[in-house]
Design a protein around this ligand. Structure first.
Ligand SMILES: Cc1cc2nc3c(=O)[nH]c(=O)nc-3n(C[C@H](O)[C@H](O)[C@H](O)COP(=O)(O)OP(=O)(O)OC[C@H]3O[C@@H](n4cnc5c(N)ncnc54)[C@H](O)[C@@H]3O)c2cc1C
Length: 427
């Protein structure tokens, strides 16, 4: 039996390891156009900022692949023939498979902006993007980053760390307010500005303009303002990367459609990670999850199912974390961003310190805790997951907030204040 996995990111590599654990004698091949070895995508920013070397982002030593008998093939897949059980690379090579796992990740969005293909304009996703950023940074003094999400802040911080003047353009009226309630979005916006970034809210990109040498020289906003920029970062979200399987006849919507066992419409083809769309998810059918930890969980379930051990993917209590410059954000469970969509029975409770550096929000439905947001207060996932799963009440958790504190030394006092002052608010 030969299993081929397209994609050596967290989802593909986890699937390979889960499979190897269960099937010691199967041949497993990991294919990637991007890199020979699996690296930590989330650490790319630290390489550019000089905190890590690229080799420090490789979770496994070179001997690891040999020891686990995981073959690796470098190349871009351009076609998958499901009838012949064969895939084709862009240089004409082919590779036969008995079972195929598609773990091709995401591709940054582009919206057909004038000038988006100019030299100096790029996204931040791949190793190749990092290399391009290094090239574009030579001699650059001004940059513009377009997009009001997590990668936009990361890219702004990266460019700022090299001494560039950075303008960050976001369509929203408060930073990332399609994911964060207003208080959190405003706090994050404040941190971005305090770091020295020229944050322009309610601002759309109109066009990217070329200079004398044919490379990016400025962005023009939707309102017509011209902002000089030799580097233009496009970070307006990502979409599942489905180029490898286009024309393969597999059922696809936003992503490659899979059931809860991560099997596609073809019995020998599976998908996991950013590229998969889980259709029979009782909570939210048609869900595409583009996160590191869900990629790992899906890879584990996918590898087990390919090995013949029936497993169902259950995400459990949602969680995520990020850093906006030096402000840490943790979220567990469901916190509604837009107050206007809150149904009856759902309540939100908020505490912020006077300096706008720490915040705690807890949402309840019919009195039971369903989610939380914390900024500047590192929280323990196991504790919040338990409280949310058990549907604890506010009265129950408030005296116990200290149990959820990850940093008792640094935030004990603040959490004590939060416990005493968390109040129901409208937004
Ligand atoms: C800068 C950055 C920061 C991030 N920070 C966070 C974070 O803090 N927390 C978090 O949860 N998530 C974060 N993410 C998202 C997270 O990295 C992704 O959700 C995760 O890496 C997806 O894993 P994956 O294995 O599904 O796909 P990927 O990691 O994208 O791997 C897919 C691989 O398949 C290869 N491939 C695709 N098509 C082909 C083809 N046709 N032929 C051959 N190979 C192909 C790709 O080149 C790639 O190597 C971040 C992403 C970026 C870009």
């Amino acid at each position: 039996m030969h299993v081929v996995i397209i994609g050596n990111g967290i989802a593909g590599v986890t699937a390979a390891l889960a499979l190897r654990k269960r099937r010691r004698d199967w041949k497993i091949t990991l294919v990637s156009g991007e890199s020979d070895a699996f690296f930590s995508r989330t650490a790319l920013m630290y390489v550019y900022m000089g905190h890590m070397r690229l080799q420090d982002t490789l979770p496994y030593e070179p001997w690891f692949w040999q020891e686990r008998r995981l073959d690796r093939v470098r190349g871009w897949v351009v076609h998958v023939d499901t009838a012949a059980h064969r895939l084709t690379f862009d240089d004409g090579r082919t590779l036969a498979w008995d079972k195929l796992i598609v773990a091709t990740g995401s591709t940054p969005n582009r919206f057909g902006w004038p000038g988006e293909d100019l030299p100096g304009v790029q996204g931040l996703y791949s190793l190749q993007d990092l290399e391009a950023l290094e090239r574009h940074s030579v001699g650059a003094s001004r940059a513009a980053v377009v997009g009001g999400g997590l990668i936009g802040v990361e890219l702004a911080e990266m460019l700022h760390s090299r001494g560039m003047h950075v303008t960050l353009l976001a369509r929203e009226s408060a930073y990332w307010n399609n994911a964060l309630p207003t208080a959190e979005a405003e706090m994050v916006g404040g941190v971005i500005r305090a770091a020295g970034i020229d944050l322009r809210l309610s601002t759309e990109l109109g066009a990217i303009e070329a200079g004398d040498h044919g490379r990016a020289a400025a962005v023009r906003t939707g309102a017509g303002e011209r902002l000089p920029a030799q580097i233009v970062g496009l970070t307006a979200g990502v979409r599942p990367s489905l180029g490898a399987v286009a024309g393969a006849g597999l059922d696809a919507g936003r992503g490659l459609r899979v059931n809860a066992q991560l099997r596609t419409s073809h019995p020998d083809v599976y998908a996991c990670g950013d590229c998969a769309e889980i259709v029979d998810d009782p909570e939210r059918p048609g869900r595409v999850e583009q996160l590191w930890y869900t990629g790992r969980m899906q890879g584990e379930v996918c590898g087990a199912n390919v090995a013949g051990e029936a497993q169902t993917y259950v995400r459990g209590v949602w969680f995520n974390s990020a850093k906006f410059f030096d402000l840490e954000w943790h979220t567990y469970g469901q916190v509604r961003a837009a107050a206007s969509t809150r149904p009856p029975g759902e309540r939100t409770h908020l505490w912020q310190d006077a300096a706008r550096r720490r915040l705690l929000r807890v949402d309840t439905v019919d009195g039971a805790v369903v989610g939380m947001n914390a900024l500047g207060l590192r929280q323990r996932q196991d504790v919040w997951t338990r409280w949310i799963t058990e549907g604890r009440s506010m009265a129950d958790i408030l005296p116990r907030l200290g149990e959820a504190n990850f940093d008792p030394e640094f935030s004990g006092k603040a959490l004590g204040q939060a416990a005493g002052a968390l109040r129901e608010v409208q937004a």
